[in-house]
Design a protein around this ligand. Sequence first.
Ligand SMILES: Cc1cc2nc3c(=O)[nH]c(=O)nc-3n(C[C@H](O)[C@H](O)[C@H](O)COP(=O)(O)O)c2cc1C
Ligand SMILES: CCCCCCC(=O)C(=O)O
Length: 379
Amino acid sequence: MNYYEKSDLAIRHLPVAFHEWEEKARHILAAGPFGYVHGGAGAGDTMLANRKAFDKYRIRPRICCDISTRDLTIEIFGRKFPVPFLLAPIGVNSILHPEGEIIPAKVCADAGVPYVLSNVSSRSMEEVADVMKDAVRWFQLYPPKDLELTRSFLDRAKKAGYSAIVVTVDSTMLGWRETDLRNAYLPFLEGHGMGNYFSDPVFRSKLEQPPEKDKKTAVLKALSEGNNTCFTWEHFAEIRKLTDLPLLLKGMTHPHDARLAIEHGANGIIVSNHGGRQLDGAIATLEALPEIVDAVGGDVPIVMDSGIRRGADILKALALGATAVLVGRPYAYALAAAGHIGVKSVIENLVAETEFQLAISGRSSLQQIDSSLLTEIEV
Ligand SMILES: Cc1cc2nc3c(=O)[nH]c(=O)nc-3n(C[C@H](O)[C@H](O)[C@H](O)COP(=O)(O)O)c2cc1C
Ligand SMILES: CCCCCCC(=O)C(=O)O
């Protein structure tokens, strides 16, 4: 995208930076939904640490390099993606916009950016797949306690064209979220985020009454499946046996867990602390990344998230060894504030800014990004 196209966006008075989208969303949303997206666990220390970690690194540009062509493509599981980011799984999008996950799915499909659909999406995985046509999509799974239900989710995802499964393991118990406690707000209890459960034949077969007749019991049953506090490596190995799709394990910050994930059949790992929403006081993901990169030794792709807000963040994560990153809250705020045009604008700006940053750092392709891009400073 060039400056003239960008000025077209400016004419429409759309926000540009993350904090502007955040403020727009704060004004548009009621306290409950806004607090749910915005909040972190406990004192919010980890959420803050995720951002501060990026300040420890500065980009040291090279000069007099030919940057007349720029290549932002990456490859994961044999597929080429146009940019080094995917949209993170964010559940309950109906608290942000009536069309819910349909909007980010459509925008991703148009832009060629892969979309990771949440297990607790408001819309079913089939509805989302329908609007994405042939575009790349992954499905995120909160491993249910019930193996038959797990199999059903995995089979449905494969049938609906999802090409990888992201198993999130850092939220088998929801974090201590003080904003939500203060607001007495949990979107699931209002029926949000049940698109995949309520449309699932196995899930429905376990209910005495269908969700249409007894929603409260169905919601509580779904939540109890997802609150899978017994989950261990043995269960992950079971999931491995249930699908031939590539499996990524999301929610780790320890290098030993990265190795264990690979030993138990993971094809990729996602370094994440859930945007600081789960374990307050936990290590920032950018701080955890280098040790994990060492431990993995190039065996599988490493995706990283938590705190990615702009192009410089993406380049820093890649320079420290990530293959790609996930973008979370930025698109959630844009969805709430401006729907389709909002999410589209966030993606377009991120692509454009990443390309500018790459070029002005003296590199013409992501293959040239390594630790020599960065210098660590005292903060
Ligand atoms: C409102 C909200 C809902 C989320 N829902 C999910 C989810 O359903 N599944 C999941 O694996 N991660 C979920 N996440 C975590 C994101 O995938 C991602 O790890 C996080 O947003 C990254 O942090 P950041 O948004 O601060 O960059 C959610 C995050 C937010 C903010
Ligand atoms: C078993 C349901 C857990 C949903 C967690 C949603 C989420 O990831 C978040 O709010 O963060």
